[in-house]
Structure formats: structure tokens, C-alpha cells
Design a protein around this ligand. Structure first.
Ligand code: NAD
Length: 257
């Protein structure tokens, strides 16, 4: 399959080989895309560098999505390396540990600010910075990753649920505004997957067991399955799809009990 051949993509959110963004990067590379990967800190640089080395002609750049300057520098780097951009995958998410352990009612103003900034605002900031590059290509596809905790309560998901609600709403507002420029904005709401971010959610293995017991497909999902759906949303196959939250969760969202 080479549905993305000749395309250039930016993938933000690879931490290690379990990252959903890494599964998407591998699938996008297999579909013919040339990719840029980012790392948010020196601590994660080595991990990302090792993974990127398995791709063809990758671009590697720092980007803490909490920094407008680093986002601007990333756009400059991609303009120089790619001369434009066809797609952006936003897989960054973070909430301070206390907000994922304490009762929700005790969420501090600062933890709320950080969770919403890194997990939701960053989609707006990154998309804005990449718009001139996507316009050079006559349009583009922006994809983010969300979770059903935006609409329903999952134990300990707490402020991340609020951040995901803001993220999903941002998808719709961005889609509305950028559609006339042929830039599409969508999200995949993935089922639970054991990743670094998930390990910060207390009782995550219980959530996985509930998927195995109750999801129509009697399981949760794998990164590669999210990645296959991502390739659809990044490619021209989805050229009339925007403002969409695509559920890739073995059907769990459809259940009442
Ligand atoms: P992950 O830990 O592999 O990925 C999270 C990424 O966010 C990491 O690469 C981390 O470096 C990055 N990040 C954190 N702070 C950042 C910052 N300031 N600047 C730049 N990057 C930063 O875990 P994952 O599960 O692959 O998470 C990816 C996305 O998928 C997240 O938005 C997560 O909420 C979402 N998601 C995860 C699940 C799941 O069950 N794992 C389900 C649905 C949605």
C-alpha cells in the first residue's frame, strides 16, 4: 500500500515503541510517507532517535508543545526540510500525577492549566504553526488522539477527561475554520491501550478487563489497529471527512452496560 507516497508528515507524541503515535508513524512510513518525529525533552531524545533510525530519511526535532517558541522553530525546520506539510499527527497528552490520583474535586488550578495546555491547547498551537506549510500543499490532514473519558466518567481519568472534551471541541472549531483552506481536522477516540501515558492512570488494568468483558468485540484495541484507521484519516481516502471523532474501540462506546 502506498496511499501516502510523496506525502510529508509530522508526528508529535512518540515516547517509545508502545506509543500509539509510533504505531501511526510505522504505518504512515509503510504507506510511503516521509516523516518528522519530535521529542519533548532530552530525557526522551535517545528513545525517539533510536526509533526514528528505523525509518527512511527521518527528520528529528525537539518540540515541547508547551512552548510557542519550540513550535515556531519546528515549523521553520519542517519548511526547510520538507518545503511544506501534508499531515500532522498530534499524540501529545499530559496531566500532573496529583490530578490523576487525588479526588477530582481536589484538582488544583495549576494541574488543570497544565493538563489543558499540553493535551488540548497544543493542538491549536501546532495546527496554527503548520497552516502555512499545509497551504503550500493545497491542504492537509490534522489528526489527534482522544478518549471516551471526554464524555463518560472513568475512575482516575479525572482532569484528562476534561482536557479531552476541550480537545474534541477544538477539533470541530478547527475543522470549521480550516475547511475552506482544504485542511481537515479529525480525531480518533481509541480504546484503552497499555502505554507510558496509560501507566499514570490508577486501575488501568481494570479498565482493560472491562473492555474484554463488555466491548462488542470482547477486547480492547492494539496500536496497529488505531494506526490503520489513522492512515485512512491522513490519506485522500477520507477527503470528505472532517470534524469527526472516529471511535476505534472495539465498539465499547456503543454499550450502555
Ligand atoms: P505515550 O505516553 O506513548 O504518548 C504520550 C506522548 O505525549 C509522549 O510521547 C510524550 O512525550 C508526549 N508529551 C507529553 N508532554 C509533552 C509536551 N510537553 N510536549 C510534547 N510532547 C509531550 O502514550 P499514548 O497512550 O500513546 O498517548 C498518546 C495519545 O493517545 C494521548 O493523547 C493519549 O491521551 C491518547 N490516548 C491514549 C489511550 C490509551 O489507552 N493509551 C486511549 C485513547 C487515547
Amino acid at each position: 500500500m502506498s496511499i501516502l507516497s510523496g506525502k510529508h508528515g509530522l508526528i508529535v507524541g512518540v515516547a517509545n515503541k508502545r506509543s500509539i503515535s509510533w504505531a501511526i508513524a510505522q504505518a504512515a512510513a509503510a504507506a510511503g510517507a516521509r516523516l518528522a518525529l519530535t521529542y519533548p525533552s532530552e530525557r526522551l531524545e535517545e528513545n525517539v532517535r533510536e526509533l526514528a533510525a528505523t525509518l527512511e530519511h527521518p527528520v528529528l526535532a525537539p518540540c515541547d508543545v508547551g512552548s510557542d517558541q519550540q513550535i515556531a522553530d519546528l515549523a521553520t525546520t519542517l519548511d526547510r526540510e520538507f518545503g511544506g506539510l501534508d499531515f500532522l499527527v498530534h499524540g501529545a497528552g499530559f496531566a500532573p500525577a496529583d490530578a490523576l490520583h487525588n479526588p477530582f474535586v481536589d484538582t488544583s488550578r495549576e494541574s488543570f492549566r497544565i493538563a489543558l495546555d499540553i493535551s488540548a491547547y497544543s493542538l491549536i498551537g501546532l495546527t496554527r504553526a503548520m497552516m502555512p506549510l499545509m497551504e503550500k500543499r493545497g491542504g492537509g490532514s490534522v489528526l489527534t488522539l482522544t478518549y471516551l473519558g471526554s464524555q463518560r466518567v472513568f475512575p482516575n481519568y479525572n482532569v484528562m477527561g476534561v482536557a479531552k472534551a476541550a480537545l474534541e471541541s477544538s477539533v470541530r472549531y478547527l475543522a470549521s475554520e480550516l475547511g475552506p483552506k482544504n485542511v481537515r481536522v479529525n480525531a480518533i477516540s481509541a480504546g484503552a491501550i497499555k502505554t507510558l501515558a496509560a501507566s499514570g492512570i490508577g486501575g488501568f488494568s481494570t479498565i482493560l478487563q472491562v473492555y474484554r468483558d463488555r466491548a462488542p468485540l470482547r477486547r480492547s484495541v492494539e496500536g496497529a489497529e488505531v494506526a490503520d484507521a489513522a492512515i485512512f484519516l491522513l490519506s485522500p481516502a477520507s477527503r470528505a471527512v472532517t470534524g469527526e471523532i472516529l471511535m476505534v474501540d472495539s465498539g465499547f462506546h456503543a454499550m450502555g452496560l
